[in-house]
Design a protein around this ligand. Structure first.
Ligand code: FMN
Length: 200
């Protein structure tokens, strides 16, 4: 029989580096955090990545309705960005207001500081019930506002963030995770087949 808590702890070994996902819809910018992102192509001329985003997050509909997002790998000195973008929703505030960023080539916000960033156009989606898996074609790449493509600093992994976040954030983090798990539990049971059409 499955032991849910132990199974979840084992599955945590499958989390990705911590990424910041930004989007823009009708002039409104937003950003969130995920640790469920992965390279989705080994072909250098067809660069792709994928990420799972919960349907109840504000970013979800912004990305679904525009077909665009930017994914940023972060470095280990950027825990404050994880807190700002990953602990509060953009429904209630402009989370990017205090974070230096610029408009990328596709119009989505790109963080000036990061390990590396990838601007994407959605190529396909898969419904998972509680979230959507977005497959993105990488259409522009960089290391934030820095010139060139040489990342600086140490990549922020999910384990690094969980082990090194300030103690006063931990209960908030655990509570948010619990809420998302509760919301996700019901939604996860119903999966719809979806055909993706780029919104225009
Ligand atoms: C370390 C970390 C990992 C997270 N991973 C995910 C994830 O994989 N998918 C997701 O939808 N939300 C994830 N979240 C939660 C969202 O970042 C969070 O709910 C955020 O407030 C959503 O913002 P929005 O409502 O403005 O889109 C994660 C948060 C943290 C701190």
């Amino acid at each position: 029989m499955l032991q849910p808590d132990l199974t979840y702890q084992l599955l945590r070994n499958l989390t990705s580096p911590v990424v910041a996902i930004t989007s823009q819809r009708n002039g409104k910018e937003n950003g969130m955090i995920s640790d469920a992102a992965v390279r989705a192509s080994i072909v250098p001329t067809v660069p792709r990545l994928s990420v799972y985003i919960h349907k109840f997050n504000y970013s979800h509909d912004m990305i679904y309705e525009t077909g665009r997002f930017a994914m940023h790998l972060l470095h280990t000195k950027q825990s404050d960005i994880v807190h700002r973008l990953g602990f509060f929703s953009g429904r209630d505030q402009n989370k990017l207001a205090g974070i230096p960023h610029h408009k990328g080539k596709t119009g989505v916000p790109v963080l000036d500081e990061c390990f590396a960033h990838f601007e994407c156009e959605v190529a396909n989606v898969m419904d998972t019930g509680s979230s959507t898996l977005f497959l993105g074609d990488v259409v522009a790449v960089g290391c934030g506002a820095a010139a060139g493509l040489e990342p600086k600093g140490e990549l922020m992994t999910a384990t690094y963030f969980r082990s090194n976040m300030p103690a006063e954030w931990r209960s908030e983090y655990e509570a948010k995770l619990k809420d998302a798990q509760t919301l996700g539990e019901e939604l996860s049971r119903h999966i719809e087949p979806v055909v993706w059409k780029m919104p225009r």
